[in-house]
Structure formats: structure tokens, C-alpha cells
Design a protein. Structure first.
Length: 582
């Protein structure tokens, strides 16, 4: 049921949504940017999305429905599972006998219609609708989930047995019974489901004196999700220990484990860490989506010079490439993206990781296990006998691993790894501190990339310009002339504009996005090891001296890269300063 492009153009002109001159120009411009004509018209603001959808509905003979103010009953809403509704932009809104009316944005999505037909065993009647209508209905899923969560807690905890945790009072049998208790299973399942749908990266379950707090990390920040009564604490901890294959009766030592949740809509691995604290045991679960489509360097936030240099570095047959930054700044994601680019049938890629966060086809991944002596160093030593072309070492933690990684790069391998330093230039003195010889570092390290993650602005962002005082304060943090040059290269500004003439953006809260931010993007600095910098490494130059030289050779700092992204409307200046100022 596709709309023929010539038919769409004719109807656009007949309906006076655009004139002939506008349409001809839009056709030329859309072909240059490789966009569909209808997408280009909406993106440039020539027509509204709803006008386009109504027109398509008219052409195809499919009724258009407006659900912006509609309240859908939970029974009908739940016919289409929320993950499918969100992913495919399709919702159920009315059921009459054996007929189910579904509203959607894409009338060509016959596969989803067929899936719902089989699952619900009903006749599906497709209707076209607007983005605002879909968003309104998807918000109702959120409400129904929270209602379901609160209802389970309130209803089920009343009938749960109270277990007082203590080594003498609570036996292993009591804990096993608590873990298998139906209310506990429901509470844990709902916690996990809620986190998955919220796209949380971590779940924190924290015992307090009289209650248990659940927090989700979403887009890098923790949000309180639920406060649970203290009486469910032992059962929840026991249930998660059972799922992650941990010792039920061990309360004094930290434990690590892993489990997987798999449905038709998603497949998520949970990496579990349990730590004894004063009021009980604290649980942190990292959510690792499996089978998700790979990122590109562009999607991670690389652009211009940084993108060019990174692509050049990873195509080298030998050498050491380092990705640096604090915990949780996306280093592993960057490494996996690079491996995905390099992963061709002609090369053998082997990794040694702790832990293996994502499974990748055709890549030999080894999990570190210090208890049996399989450390990064020992694993890397063994991998060198496996005829690898490319090696990935999860992290360089000690002098032994650093020495082996450098030797592997010297003997004809491309080695990828991470290091915990605050800047790209700071990695070089750090390697020297680990005992690596400066001349070996200079001859093996081909590039270092440092990064942070900033929250992306949601589409409701608002435009503003910097005041004179703000420009003066920013001038203390960065080189304004270099920033303006970078903005000219990006074609954000054309000529002699000053910083106060440039549009920046700030978050604008909305019902869809209460804090004005959604998802994250990286800000980067990419250090190229030039001949000048090699000489400086051999002379044991400080990180500040190397950083100064790299800037003079064209390196953009993370702060400057962040300001370029702020000027492009991807994030805000406040967000860039939040993650870069230590």
C-alpha cells in the first residue's frame, strides 16, 4: 500500500499544501541529501506531518484517526505489547466483536499487522494517525505499567511472609522458599520489565533502615523509580541471586553473576553485582541489550577531523589504539563499534574482556577469570598463540598487561584497548608510569581517543543566544577563536560571526520528556601521534605539554567538540560543562 511518488506530488499540488516552485526545489534538494521527498518536506517545515499523513490516508483510501485526546482502555491497549507498539509505532484503540482497529504511521508495515493478527486472533483494521496521537497512546502504556507496579506491591506484600534477615534466623531453605514466592517473582519481573521499557542502563536496589529504594539510571542520571517495604527485601535479594546463579546463604561477601531475559520483543543480559552494606545487600544490575544493530562512529558523535583520523587509525595493520575516559563514558561501545567496522571474513579478531558485554559474531571473546588465574595478561599471552590479526584487551590495568599489549602491537598486530585517564594526552605519561619504555610507546601507539557522554536535547528544545557575561566566562574555559573556526568548518556559521551571534539550545520540558533530554551522544578528542609528539614522548613530556602541542596541530578538545555539538542543537552548553568540568 505504498503511495506512488508522482501521485503524491499531484495531490500535494491539488491540495495547495505546496506550490509548483516549492515542490520542484524540494525535489532537487531532497535528491542531493538522499531523503524521500515527503520526509524532506516535513523536515524543512514546508508541510506538517499530520497534513502529510491525512493526505496519504486520502490517497490510499485508509481512514485517518486522531487519538491526541483519546483515553484507551488498558484491556485493548495490552493487545499489542508495549515494546512492539513503541518500536513499530502501532497501537490498538478500538475493538468491536472480532474486529480490532489499530492506528499506525506506516501503512506498509504488513509484517507487524500479520504478527498482531496471529497473536490476538482478531481481524485487524489498519488506520493512519499522527505522531502526536501515537505519543498520547504510548504515554498511557507508561501509566498502566506504573499502576500495575504499584498495585502488585500494595496487594502482594500484604500476603507475604516476613523474613528477618540474619545468619542464624534465616536458613538456606527459607531463602529458597522466599525466592520462589509468587509475589516476589511478580515484583522482580515488574522491576526488570519497567527498566527495559524505560531504556535504563542500570538498576540500583538499595536497602535502607525501614525500606528499600529502587533507582534506574537513564541517560546517565539516576532516577528514583519505587520505594518498596522492607519486608520484601530478603525475598527480592534471594530471587535475584537465584536468577544470577549466586550463593543464596552468602551475605558477607560481594558476589557477581549474570542472567538473561528473552522475549519475542527483546533480548537483554543482566550483569549483577551484590555488595554487603550496613542495612543488608545492595544490588546493581547492568542492562546489556543483545542482538541490537551496531552503531556507527557517526552515530556515536564522531565528525569532521575526529572521524577522519579515527578511520585512518583503525585501518592501520599494526599499532596500539587506546580509548580513554572514566567508568560509564561509553569506551566499550566505541571499541565494539570499531571492531564491528573491522570485522570481515579476512581477519581473525580475538578479545579478552571483563566482562563480555556484548556478543559479536565471528569474534573470539574470552572472559577474564582471576580466580583460576585467567587474568588480562595471561589471556593476552594465550591469544597471541591463536594467530590473531586484531586484538582487543578490555582494559590495561597493570604494567604486565601494558607491556604485553605494546609487544603485541610491535609484533604485527592491531591492538585495541581502554585506559582510565581524563584526557587523551594523559594516557601517555600513564603508560610510562606503568613501566612502558617511552621509545616503545612512541613506536606503537597510533592514536588515543578520550570521550564523555552528554545527554541529547529532546525535539522540544528552545533556542537562545549567549549574553556578554556568558561569552566572557566561556572564553576562560576554551579558545573562542578555535571554536569559531570549527563552527565554520561545520558550516554552522559562514563568516565573521562572534560567539554571541550564534544560536545555542537549552532543554524545554514537555509531557513526553519531563527534563528535556533523551538518549546520549559522545563528545570526543582524538590525539594523533605525529612525529613531533613522538619526540615529546621520548623526552617524557608532561600531559599538559603534549596536549598543548596536539592543540597547535589541530586537535579539538572534548570541551570544544561539546560546544560544536551544542551549536548544532544536539546538546546544551550546561550539559557539556557538567561532564567535562572536574
Amino acid at each position: 500500500m505504498q503511495v506512488d511518488p508522482s501521485q503524491l506530488k499531484a495531490f500535494l499540488l491539488d491540495s495547495n499544501l505546496v506550490n509548483k516552485k516549492q515542490l520542484e526545489k524540494a525535489e532537487k534538494d531532497s535528491s542531493k541529501t538522499k531523503q524521500k521527498l515527503d520526509e524532506f518536506l516535513v523536515n524543512t517545515g514546508l508541510i506538517k506531518q499530520e497534513e502529510l499523513t491525512k493526505l496519504k490516508a486520502y490517497i490510499l483510501g485508509i481512514p485517518f484517526v486522531n487519538l491526541e485526546e483519546e483515553k484507551i482502555s488498558p484491556e485493548i491497549l495490552q493487545i499489542i505489547p508495549e515494546p512492539i507498539a513503541r518500536k513499530q509505532n502501532i497501537v490498538a484503540f478500538r475493538k468491536t466483536g472480532r474486529n480490532l482497529e489499530v492506528a499506525m504511521l506506516d501503512p506498509d508495515d504488513l509484517q507487524t499487522i500479520e504478527f498482531i493478527k496471529k497473536k490476538a486472533n482478531l481481524k485487524i483494521l489498519p488506520r493512519l494517525t499522527s505522531v502526536a496521537s501515537i505519543k498520547n497512546v504510548l504515554r498511557q502504556y507508561q501509566k498502566s505499567l506504573k499502576a500495575e507496579f504499584g498495585d502488585i506491591i500494595e496487594r502482594e506484600t500484604k500476603i507475604m511472609p516476613v523474613i528477618t534477615e540474619g545468619e542464624e534466623e534465616t536458613t538456606k531453605e527459607d531463602l529458597e522458599k522466599a525466592a520462589q514466592d509468587l509475589p516476589v517473582i511478580k515484583i522482580v519481573d515488574t522491576l526488570l520489565k519497567h527498566a527495559i521499557l524505560q531504556k535504563a542502563s542500570d538498576i540500583h536496589i538499595e536497602p535502607m533502615e525501614k525500606e528499600m529504594i529502587v533507582r534506574y539510571r537513564i541517560d546517565g542520571l539516576l532516577h528514583e523509580a519505587m520505594t518498596l517495604p522492607k519486608q520484601v527485601a530478603t525475598g527480592i535479594v534471594a530471587r535475584i541471586k537465584v536468577l544470577a546463579n549466586m550463593k543464596l546463604d552468602e551475605h558477607r561477601l560481594p558476589q557477581d553473576g549474570r542472567f538473561k531475559v528473552e522475549t519475542e520483543e527483546y533480548k537483554i543480559s543482566f550483569r549483577v553485582s551484590i555488595l554487603p552494606v550496613y542495612d543488608g545487600e545492595k544490588i546493581v544490575m547492568r542492562l546489556l541489550p543483545e542482538g541490537s544493530k551496531g552503531f556507527t562512529l557517526e552515530a556515536l558523535g564522531f565528525w569532521g577531523r575526529n572521524l577522519e583520523i579515527t578511520h585512518h587509525q583503525i585501518q592501520k595493520p599494526t599499532g596500539l589504539i587506546l580509548v580513554t575516559g572514566p567508568t560509564g563514558c561509553g569506551k566499550t561501545t566505541t571499541l565494539y563499534t570499531i571492531m564491528d567496522i573491522l570485522n570481515t571474513p579476512e581477519v581473525n579478531i580475538s578479545t579478552v574482556e571483563d566482562p563480555i558485554e556484548y556478543r559479536m559474531p565471528r569474534i573470539n571473546q574470552t572472559q577474564v577469570n582471576p580466580k583460576i588465574g585467567l587474568t588480562f595478561a595471561n589471556g593476552l599471552r594465550s591469544l597471541l598463540r591463536q594467530d590473531p590479526d586484531i586484538l582487543m584487551v578490555g582494559e590495561i590495568r597493570d604494567d604486565e598487561t601494558a607491556g604485553l599489549a605494546i609487544n603485541a602491537a610491535l609484533t604485527g598486530h592491531l591492538v585495541l584497548s581502554t585506559l582510565h585517564t581524563n584526557s587523551a594526552a594523559g594516557s601517555l605519561p600513564r603508560l610510562i608510569d606503568m613501566g612502558a619504555e617511552p621509545f616503545l610507546i612512541a613506536s606503537t601507539v597510533v592514536g588515543i581517543e578520550a570521550q564523555r557522554l552528554v545527554r541529547r536535547l529532546y525535539e522540544t528544545k528552545e533556542k537562545y543566544r549567549l549574553s556578554k557575561n556568558e561569552v566572557e566566562n566561556i572564553g576562560k574555559e576554551i579558545n573562542v577563536d578555535r571554536l569559531l573556526d570549527a563552527l565554520r568548518q561545520e558550516k554552522i556559521i559562514k563568516g565573521g560571526e562572534k560567539l554571541q551571534d550564534i544560536d545555542f539550545y537549552r532543554p524545554k520540558p514537555s509531557p513526553d520528556c519531563p527534563d528535556g533530554y533523551k538518549d546520549r551522544i559522545g563528545i570526543h578528542e582524538v590525539l594523533e601521534i605525529t612525529e613531533t609528539i613522538k619526540v615529546m614522548i621520548n623526552k617524557r613530556a608532561t600531559s599538559d605539554e603534549i596536549d598543548k602541542q596536539a592543540r597547535s596541530e589541530g586537535m579539538l578538545t572534548m570541551l570544544e567538540d561539546g560546544f560544536v555539538k551544542a551549536a548544532r542543537g544536539l546538546t546544551s552548553i550546561e550539559e557539556v560543562l557538567r561532564v567535562t568540568q572536574e
